[in-house]
Design a binder for this molecule. Structure first.
Ligand code: IMP
Ligand code: MG
Length: 178
């Protein structure tokens, strides 16, 4: 099936499962060959759950660990604005070599928040691996170490990515049909 309907929109296959698999192998190989010691992978929920699982099973580095985080924002009752915190990091991660696993980096706002929260934990090193990257939308200066595929400013869905909660289960990545 090359075309699908989600809610009110039609999507067409953009990155087939076989290509996703090749991208995942390539990223895992680069990380395996990077010389990083005892890495702590941090997968950003929900979107990165399939990517993280597939990368992780290709990692051959001894003592590799993984944690799953979610960025939570809430309105403080006495503060002026939005407070962000990372849910899912428990225990001391100071001195660790972190590798963030993201499904997609768009404006970079999410990544920027995660980076600033992790930096407070005195980690030794932070690298970023993302399956997809939208260079034309990116507003930040943070270096993205491992990019699976750079794409145009299209809305995509599947392989973990959702359109209004659905579509995460799709094995291929689809884009909005114009
Ligand atoms: P950013 O903060 O603008 O970089 O956006 C990052 C988050 O927005 C990603 O982790 C996704 O959850 C979501 N996102 C950005 N672009 C897309 C897309 O094309 N499809 C589905 N989700 C997206
Ligand atoms: Mg995400």
């Amino acid at each position: 099936m090359t075309q699908i309907q989600l809610h009110n929109k039609t999507f067409e296959v953009f990155i087939p499962e076989t290509e996703i698999s090749a991208i995942v192998h390539s990223i895992a190989n680069q990380i395996n060959n990077s010389g990083v010691k005892n890495p702590l992978f941090i997968a950003v929920m929900n979107g990165a759950f399939l990517f993280a699982a597939d990368v992780m099973r290709k990692i051959t580095i001894p003592n590799a660990e993984i944690s799953f985080i979610k960025l939570c924002s809430y309105s403080g009752t006495e503060t002026t604005g939005e407070v962000n915190e990372l849910i899912g990091i428990s225990g001391n991660i100071s001195g660790r070599n972190i590798i963030i696993l993201e499904d997609i980096i768009d404006t970079g706002i999410t990544l920027d928040k995660i980076m600033s929260l992790l930096k407070k934990e005195n980690v030794a090193d932070i690298r970023v691996a993302t399956l997809l990257f939208k260079p034309d939308a990116y507003q930040k200066q943070i270096n993205v170490d491992y990019i699976g595929k750079s794409i145009a400013n299209n809305f995509v869905v599947g392989y973990g990515l959702d359109y209004d909660k659905i579509g995460r289960n799709l094995p291929h990545i689809y884009k909005l049909k114009d």
